[in-house]
Each structure stands twice: as structure tokens, then as C-alpha cells.
Design a protein around this ligand. Structure first.
Ligand code: NAP
Length: 213
């Protein structure tokens, strides 16, 4: 597939490199192309550009930007470049505030989520939550003695979720589909839970797995 990745942070770069490893074509977008110069030189089969160029390039789009800036990044990407496409959303609605005893603060409430806000604002795109509750170092083909970890996903469009599940399968994850966009109210806060051992004990290598009877 041709995939546009929006972001120049660790998550965007790790996902983009993983996609190249699995044979996809990738364009990574940033407001500042220079931020991706190292990534581009280490990944000569990939390309870089603006948010709009990356979104236009992609048959699907992956969003990996600061949660407070997600709407702004998508506006820069351009709604026409997102229309009808799966937009995999790895973002978390983390406040610009220090954690309290290891617990991050979110700018959304329990009956709300960042992805619902994005889905409402960019209604022609098909958002799918994924990759928000694992560290970037373990996103692509992580190795665990307990087998494949579980990635919780949700979104309104079945086809978009199927596309994202295909990438998750390539990246070594088992997918657990939790339904429509409202499930992001439960999936996004898993980031808070995942980060607590990190902030308290510098443990950042774990992943969630659901055990089935
Ligand atoms: N770090 C992790 O291990 C991890 C794991 C799971 C999920 N996440 C989530 O994934 C997302 C990306 O995390 P990250 O650590 O890779 O990067 P980040 O530092 O949270 O975000 C960097 C990106 O945000 C963009 N950005 C910042 N302010 C902006 C603005 N005003 N307008 C438009 N874009 C703006 C930057 O754009 P430019 O490129 O133009 O500078 C850059 O691409 C976050 O939502 C995070 O919560 C992170």
C-alpha cells in the first residue's frame, strides 16, 4: 500500500520504518522537513514532505502527532486529502502538564475522546484508533515470551478497521476490535495505565495482552 504518515516524532518514524520493512511505500509529513532529514537518509526507500503531501500520497494515513495539535495537523493535511481514507490514529489527548504520581492528565473527560472530536471535525475520513497504548520501541514486531500482544482498535468504518488490522498483523499484533468511535473513550486512557510503571519505576517495555478462555 501507499501510506502517508503524519508526524516527525518517534512514533511516526518507527511506524514509517516498519511499513517500509513490510514492503509498503511511505511518505512522512511534517511542518518542518528538516526534522525528518536523518530518518530520510536512514530510510532511502521512504520519502518526506509536508502534512498535505503525505496525506495526499497515502491510500491510507497514519496520524502520530502531539494530541493537542492533532486537529491542527489534520487541517494542514487538508480534509480533501483524507476523504474516504482510513486514518489510523495513534494520538493521545495528553495535557501539557506533569504527571501526578505517575498518572498523566488528559484534556478529555470519560464521556469524550480525542478521536471522537477528530471524527466529528473531519467527518469524511475513517478514523481507527490503534498504537496509542504501547511505547514506540515496541510497536513493530515486538518479541514477548507470552506471544503476540493485543492491540485494541475502534472506529466507525469496517473497511478501514480491516485495513488497519492487516497492518497490525504484519507488525506482529493480535487485534481486538472494540466497536465504534466511542470506544476511544476506553482505549485512549490505556495510555495513562501503560505509562504509570514507566513514570514510577522506569519500566517502558510492557504491552497489553487479553487472555481468551
Ligand atoms: N512516544 C510514544 O512512545 C507514544 C506511544 C503511543 C502513542 N503516542 C502518541 O503518539 C503521538 C505522537 O507521539 P510522539 O512522541 O512521536 O511525538 P510528539 O512529540 O507527541 O508529536 C510530534 C509531532 O506533533 C506535531 N505538532 C506539534 N505541535 C503542532 C502544531 N501546533 N501543529 C501541527 N503539528 C504539531 C509535530 O509537527 P512537526 O513535525 O511539524 O514538528 C510533530 O510531527 C502523541 O499523540 C502520543 O501521545 C506516543
Amino acid at each position: 500500500m501507499k501510506i502517508g504518515v503524519l508526524g516527525s516524532g518517534d512514533v511516526a518514524k518507527v511506524l514509517a520504518s516498519g511499513l517500509l520493512k513490510h514492503g509498503h511505500q511511505v511518505k512522512v509529513g511534517s511542518r518542518t522537513a528538516g526534522k525528518l532529514a536523518d530518518w530520510a537518509s536512514q530510510n532511502p526507500r521512504g520519502s518526506v514532505g509536508t502534512f498535505a503531501e503525505a496525506a495526499e500520497f497515502g491510500e491510507i494515513v497514519m496520524l502520530a502527532v502531539k494530541g493537542t495539535a492533532a486537529a491542527e495537523a489534520l487541517s494542514l493535511a487538508g480534509e480533501r486529502n483524507l476523504a474516504g481514507k482510513a486514518v489510523m490514529d495513534a494520538c493521545n489527548p495528553i495535557e501539557d502538564a506533569a504527571p501526578e504520581n505517575g498518572v498523566l492528565r488528559f484534556f478529555t473527560g470519560l464521556n469524550d475522546s480525542l478521536m471522537e472530536r477528530l471524527q466529528r471535525q473531519f467527518s469524511s475520513a475513517n478514523f481507527v484508533k490503534a498504537f496509542n497504548s504501547v511505547g514506540s520501541a515496541r510497536m513493530v514486531n515486538p518479541q514477548y515470551a507470552g506471544g503476540r500482544p493485543t492491540m485494541f482498535i475502534c472506529g466507525n468504518d469496517a473497511g478501514a478497521k480491516e485495513t488497519v488490522s492487516g497492518v497490525l498483523d504484519q507488525f506482529g499484533w493480535e487485534t481486538l476490535d472494540l466497536g465504534a468511535v466511542e470506544a476511544a473513550r476506553a482505549i485512549e486512557p490505556l495510555c495513562i495505565l501503560w505509562c504509570i510503571p514507566g513514570f514510577l519505576r522506569n519500566e517502558w517495555t510492557h504491552a497489553f495482552k487479553v487472555l481468551h478462555a
